[in-house]
Ligand binder design. Structure first.
Ligand code: 13P
Length: 210
């Protein structure tokens, strides 16, 4: 997304998450780290009706600058940036397949080697807490330990990556894994790969670059 300002890139990513079927309406939210804070999508505004000047900048303590109210999940975004320094961008979506698993309070086990894309041998499902609360943020932070993606029970999914392009790609991958896991579950509970094999995949992912 070169040539775009950080706020333009956040809006473009939020629109892309909707057009790619990861989210709908004003559900979900997107942010990118910038300076000592981050740009985040506004609360309750459909992304196709927003301009870049509707994005809101907050510092990591939650002081907002902008004409709109920041996403109700600003605490969860701020806490992830504070806790996980490698996080450069965050995407939260109500993507259909991840949300189906989240409504069943099911984590994604190592049924496929690509689960390691999220940093470990599972993608955890955080326990339910009301949207926009510190309790939800605390649950997400715990589920993201040593991971870059998590499901949020009865809610959706959240992931972080180094930048906006990577966080959108990771969200698409996690949604695909959720879809395939649900397809497999329709036949039987799929067997999982051994821990040693997932450790080998994680080792190989460190060199998996163009
Ligand atoms: P916002 O519109 O406030 O970002 O809320 C959407 C959402 O998904 C809350 O979890």
């Amino acid at each position: 997304m070169s040539g775009q300002s950080a706020s333009e890139s956040v809006l473009a990513t939020a629109r892309a998450m909707n057009s790619q079927g990861l989210n709908q309406g004003s559900a979900g939210n997107v942010s990118v780290r910038d300076g000592g804070g981050f740009w985040i999508t506004p609360s309750a505004l459909p992304y196709d009706r927003c301009g870049a000047d509707d994005m809101v900048w907050l510092d990591l303590a939650g002081q907002a600058r902008g004409r709109r109210k920041p996403s109700s999940e600003w605490r969860m975004h701020a806490d992830i940036y504070r806790t996980y320094p490698q996080a450069g961008a965050i995407l939260h979506a109500h993507s259909p397949y991840c949300t189906t698993l989240a409504c069943l309070e099911r984590s994604i086990p190592a049924f496929h080697y690509m689960v390691a894309m999220a940093g470990g041998d599972s993608i955890r499902c955080a326990p339910y807490a009301t949207f926009g609360t510190q309790a939800l943020s605390d649950a997400a932070i715990a589920a993201l330990r040593d991971r870059s993606a998590a499901l949020l029970a009865h809610h959706g999914m959240i992931c972080h990556a180094a930048d906006l392009d990577r966080v959108l790609a990771l969200a698409i991958e996690v949604e695909t894994l959720a879809r395939i896991y649900l397809q497999a579950l329709a036949v039987a509970e799929p067997p999982v790969l051994p821990a040693a094999e997932m450790a080998e995949v994680l080792r190989r992912f460190k060199d998996y670059k163009a």
